[in-house]
Design a protein around this ligand. Structure first.
Ligand code: MGD
Ligand code: MGD
Ligand code: MO
Length: 692
């Protein structure tokens, strides 16, 4: 640890913009232009403990020796060579001009991932619009099945403030692993437990979150809707539903009750392999538990039946009147800080229409590779990738690679040589969170924050907004329109641009945000406490005609087998197959951080978790090298025997690069969830064999 000279060390407030629930407020120490320490900031009630290990590792990340600090051009021999910004921008501009003349602007695919939050991310789309058009993706890799299920049922994606959880008497962590993915939720869970609350975890894996639970239930992957419907059956059977709440606020509950006639605990046991007595037990807990909060994760909405699964689970809170009350509710996504979005509900505008004729939204991100290859009129010729690592993180890696390699030209804006950057013709160096100010919201807590610039970009790094400005000049795009859409590069111009966006809310001045986070204007501490539900009927919709109209789904929540499951596969006589889960890990945010020493020290190589029950017949022992394979691809990993994992499942965290040993997505198939155009990553069956 270096010694600090109080005279030269500056403490500044900023916020972590990773795609993560916690979105921590941070106090950072900067000394002579170097990041020294990351400290907690008490101003955020949701994250007072400060950053996780990844957050602390930023001191390494910003100065990591493998960081890209200048443009790189692939040379004839396939290797990258340093080029000047002028050479890089001249080449891009001339290729863009030719592309627009010869094929039409929509031969350009603008692809962006979830690498960083911020209002300035929007300038990319503005630039491509001014260029004359572009093709982009619809849907999302992350959460849309759950978002859409929630919107259809409750009318909005919001939940109570994180600290409200401490008031719950029963907490059901369902398909979520906050001990790794939302560590700041754990203190609120523990506070509730200290006050006597019960904790139930429902997950095929015995996760770190499950270690604190009173009850762990391990359903067969993709079977949760059956479990939920059977709990609902018992609640009606035993007259443990909140009739008064149902009559006042809920559409379709009578028809729902009728539809549950055959959904007995024994029926659910056959489907989910959860013993019927546990179903009874769960129903009893729901009936007696009020206030009940379900913390629903994103893992179980990565299936082809996920939208309906999420609707079935929300129904348990609805039947027991656990909506709109302190300590009760559905904690999935809290978009109360999304006040800047022109479109408050992104999913509603996802369908692959041509909203303005400029952006052609014709490619499903869930089927990126296949759709890229099949796009016509015009076919795709060039890609611009920003804030994403699609080769590693999108389904069906081998098809994504094929589609990338079929293009004429690829530009990737990146901090590091990821698997996607390695496919580029031109790599442009990207800023980190510390090198340009921006305003961010969150999807768990309700704060608006300033992600403050605290460092100058190193080397020749330029933020995207500046790159777009320089390209606009070279392409002679209309000056005034560019000036309106994209800020100039000085700190004062960025601040002015952000200030304009904040202007409608006097409480959100930049000056105020420099001190710390501010609660989103209009924020509801207990979500739905006004019992206002923005659905077509104005009620909570267990019966949703919109679900039927938009997704061709049954209007009531139902269970059906995912397209790819062991049972669906049984028809194909693949008795040796195993269900492949690819969850998140505390060691990374998806494919970020694993190149750093601080993380590699304890996260060295891809590991496959496997039940001894499945390992033994395959002759696999702990630490053996194994091959996973299916029709899409194959992957080698080290086997770790895990008595906590449900038999029939194997699990490996997503985010490993191909260059680190292989991405899990060589095995996934590009296909959409039943609602919301999400990616059904976990509809994935593999064979596992020992390597000799
Ligand atoms: N450290 C860290 N934090 C993160 C992230 C990260 O990469 N690293 N990513 C952020 C992002 S973008 C996201 S989307 C969230 C995700 O946060 P979580 O939802 O907590 O994470 P996942 O690992 O996707 O899935 C959670 C759990 O779902 C379980 N699961 C899988 N299939 C089923 C099923 O059929 N039924 C049930 N009941 N459970 C199932 C998995 O075993 C897993 O433990 O985390 C955010 N936070
Ligand atoms: N099999 C499987 N696959 C999954 C999942 C799963 O559960 N299983 N989870 C899915 C989920 S939930 C998600 S959210 C996605 C995430 O998919 P992505 O958003 O593609 O994932 P990241 O790995 O976070 O990649 C972001 C990249 O952006 C870069 N970056 C960071 N900041 C900036 C910046 O300011 N500018 C630029 N230009 N680049 C920047 C980072 O270096 C990083 O390489 O992955 C999905 N993939
Ligand atoms: Mo995500």
């Amino acid at each position: 640890m270096p010694e600090y000279d109080a005279g030269t060390v500056q403490q500044l407030t900023t916020a972590c913009p990773r795609n993560c629930y916690s979105t921590c407020t941070l106090r950072v120490e900067v000394e002579e232009g170097r990041l020294r320490r990351i400290l907690p900031h008490a101003g955020n009630r949701a994250t007072p403990e400060g950053a996780c290990l990844k957050g602390l590792s930023y001191v390494e990340r910003v100065v990591a020796p493998d960081r890209i600090l200048h443009p790189l051009r692939r040379a004839a021999d396939g290797r990258f060579q340093r080029v000047s910004w002028d050479a890089a921008l001249d080449e891009i501009a001339s290729r863009l001009r030719r592309l627009r003349d010869e094929h039409g602007a929509q031969a350009l695919l603008y692809y962006f991932g979830s690498g960083t939050k911020g209002l300035l991310n929007g300038v990319g789309a503005e630039f491509w619009r001014l260029y004359g058009g572009y093709t982009t993706t619809y849907g999302d890799l992350c959460w849309p099945a759950g978002l859409e299920a929630t919107r259809l049922t409750l009318g909005a994606n919001k939940h109570s403030a994180p600290w409200d959880l401490a008031r719950a008497r029963l907490i059901v962590v369902w398909g979520k692993n906050p001990a790794e993915t939302n560590i700041h939720q754990m203190p609120f869970i523990e506070e509730a437990q200290r006050a006597g609350a019960r904790l139930v975890v429902i997950d095929p894996r015995r996760t770190e979150s499950a270690e604190r639970a009173d009850l762990l239930v391990q359903p067969r992957p993709g079977s949760d809707a059956a479990l939920a419907l059977a709990i609902a059956h018992v609640l009606f059977r035993d007259a443990r539903v909140d009739r008064d709440f149902l009559q006042r606020h809920v559409l379709g509950w009578e028809r729902f009750a009728e539809s549950l006639h055959d959904c007995t605990p024994e029926w659910a046991e056959k489907i989910s392999e959860v013993p019927a007595r546990y179903v009874e037990r769960l129903a009893a807990l729901f009936a007696a538990g009020a206030p009940v909060t379900i913390c629903a994760g994103y893992g179980m909405q990565r299936y082809t039946n996920s939208g309906q699964t999420m609707r079935a689970i929300i129904a348990l809170l609805v039947l027991t009147g656990n909506i709109g009350k302190p300590g009760a509710g559905w904690v999935f996504a809290n978009l109360q800080s999304a006040i800047f979005d022109r479109v408050p509900d992104p999913i509603a505008f996802y369908p692959p229409a041509e909203p303005d004729g400029v952006a052609r939204v014709s490619i499903a991100t869930a089927r990126l590779g296949r759709d890229m290859l099949e796009t016509r009129n015009p076919p795709l010729k060039m890609i611009w990738v920003e804030r994403g690592n699609p080769v590693t993180q999108n389904p069906e890696t081998n098809t994504v690679l094929e589609a990338f390699r079929a293009l004429d030209f690829r530009v990737v804006v990146e901090q590091f040589l990821t698997d996607t950057a390695r496919e580029a013709d031109l790599v442009l160096p990207a800023k980190t969170m510390f090198e340009q100010s921006d305003v961010i919201g969150a999807y768990w807590h309700p704060y608006i924050q300033l992600k403050q610039k605290v460092l100058e970009p190193p080397g020749e790094v330029k933020p995207e907004s500046e790159v777009y400005r320089l390209l606009a000049e070279r392409l002679a795009l209309p000056h005034d329109a560019v000036a309106r859409a994209i800020p100039g590069s000085s700190d004062a111009e960025i601040d002015a641009w952000l200030g304009e966006r904040l202007a409608p809310w006097p409480e959100l001045s930049l000056q105020r945000l420099r001190e710390g986070p501010v609660l989103a204007p209009g924020h509801q501490e207990v979500a739905f406490s006004d019992q206002v539900f923005a659905t077509p009927s104005g009620k909570i919709e267990l019966w949703s005609e919109e679900a039927q109209r938009r997704w061709h789904a049954a209007p009531l929540p139902v269970w059906f087998e995912p397209e790819e499951s062991l049972r669906a596969q049984a028809a194909n006589a693949r008795r040796s197959a195993l269900h492949f889960l690819t969850p998140n890990t505390k060691d990374r945010i998806h494919s970020q951080f694993n190149n750093l020493e601080m993380i590699r020290a304890h996260s060295k190589r891809p590991v496959l978790h496997m039940s001894p029950v499945d390992a033994a017949p395959r002759g696999i022992r702990h630490a053996d090298r194994v091959r996973l394979l299916n029709a899409r691809g194959s992957l080698v990993a080290e086997a770790h025997l895990d008595f906590g994992l449900r038999a029939g499942c194997v699990s490996m965290t997503n985010g490993w690069w191909i260059s680190e040993g292989g991405t899990v997505n060589v095995l996934s198939l590009g296909r959409e969830t039943d609602m919301g155009h999400g990616a059904a990553f976990h509809d994935n069956v593999v064979d596992v064999e020992k390597l000799t």
